[in-house]
Design a protein around this ligand. Structure first.
Ligand code: SF4
Length: 359
């Protein structure tokens, strides 16, 4: 099927110019273990899921150095629950010392020690988490651990009190839409500046929830654009969710070899062609149906729409619910010239910019 995108838009979003061999954003999974047991967990994490935890401190330090040398300046420490890695703080310090410009910890926040809190405030560390409900019982039913809501929200408040950048995702499971709206308001009232909702995807335990096998179409599609995930056993994936499509292992190859390899190149192209472009075209079609409301709201330089699921747009049309990014993607400003400039939980942006000319 011919693409409905203009040539300039294809260039701006295309998998071609400049993307092969690039590493802009690295997810480092510090463990596959987690003290929670969320029903939908895409990494299938739980307290005894450490059999894949093979990488040691030196491996993580080497990966940070290799990524930095490849030009990567954004890293997210994630898991499982990353703070369960006994070397978590040393890895965090190393990322700061090396000069990464954006460092985020994606954590369930059931635990946060004073040292990490103080250090994060002093060094501009970002934190991201998931909160499933404003109601403790509803949240705890999803995480499988009583008191998890109390601990997560209490530590979220400690971060906010220290002026630390936070964001939170509300994952839609079987909560009613009003519950999701209430949870988003609850988090915003708490002072979380960036609150998104997202959906369960058919990976890990999400497959049971959705009764679907993992498939490429379950990805949001953003990950073709210069991202890479390293799991605790060294496996490399295009995205934290893309666990069925490994593109190498850092115990067998350098990061440069993986980033420049044909495995990653082919996967990025596949994701771009079969997930990203159709989604982008669908988004454009929905934009035109919305009398320009979301087109205006989502254009570069402005904020993504902030309506809640099920709410009406100002012109009375239904909100198409454009937020469908996985919880772990890094936010961008929506203006940066490049192959994608998507805020972390919004449908694709189109940022038209000059071709880079490099291939
Ligand atoms: S979703 Fe996150 S917090 Fe929940 S079990 Fe998985 S890794 Fe842990």
């Amino acid at each position: 099927m011919a693409s409905a995108l203009s040539a300039a838009e294809q260039t701006a979003t295309g998998a071609g110019p400049g993307i092969h061999g690039r590493l802009d954003f690295l997810w480092l999974e510090l463990t596959n273990r987690c003290n929670l047991r969320c029903v939908h967990c895409y990494t299938d994490s739980h307290p005894h899921a450490g059999d894949r935890d093979i990488l040691a401190l030196d491996d993580y330090l080497s990966l940070l150095r290799q990524a930095f040398d490849l030009g990567c300046r954004k890293v997210q420490l994630i898991g499982g629950e990353p703070q369960l890695n006994r070397d978590f703080f040393r890895i965090l310090e190393a990322a700061v010392d090396m000069g990464f410009e954006f460092i985020e910890v994606f954590t369930n926040l059931t635990h946060l020690d004073e040292t990490t809190l103080r250090y994060s405030a002093e060094h501009g560390i970002h934190f991201a988490t998931s909160v499933y409900s404003a109601e403790p019982a509803e949240h705890d039913a999803i995480t499988g651990v009583r008191t998890s809501h109390a601990r997560t929200t209490s530590n979220l408040r400690r971060l906010i009190d220290q002026g630390i950048e936070t964001r939170a995702a509300v994952i839609a499971l079987d909560q009613e839409a009003p519950s999701i709206v209430r949870t988003k308001r609850y988090l915003k009232d708490m002072g979380v500046p960036e609150v998104r909702h997202s959906e369960v995807r058919e990976f890990g335990r999400g497959q049971n929830i959705l009764d679907r096998e993992a498939n490429l179409q379950g990805l949001c599609g953003h990950c073709w654009s210069g991202k890479l995930c390293i799991a605790p056993d060294g496996d490399a994936y295009p995205c934290v969710m893309a666990r069925h499509w490994p593109v190498g292992n850092v115990r067998e190859a350098s990061l440069a070899e993986i980033v420049g390899g044909m495995g990653l190149k082919d996967m990025r192209q596949e994701i771009y062609t079969s997930v990203w472009l159709p989604k982008l075209e669908d988004y454009r079609a929905r934009q035109s149906l919305q009398n320009g409301i979301h087109a205006k709201a989502c254009m570069p330089g402005s904020s993504p729409p902030d309506t809640d699921p099920g709410e009406k747009n100002p012109d009375g049309t239904d909100n198409p619910d454009p937020e469908e990014c996985p919880q772990s993607c890094v936010p961008t400003d929506g203006k940066t010239c490049g192959p994608h400039a998507c805020p972390q939980s919004c449908t694709p942006f189109i940022v038209v910019c000059e071709p880079t000319g490099d291939e």
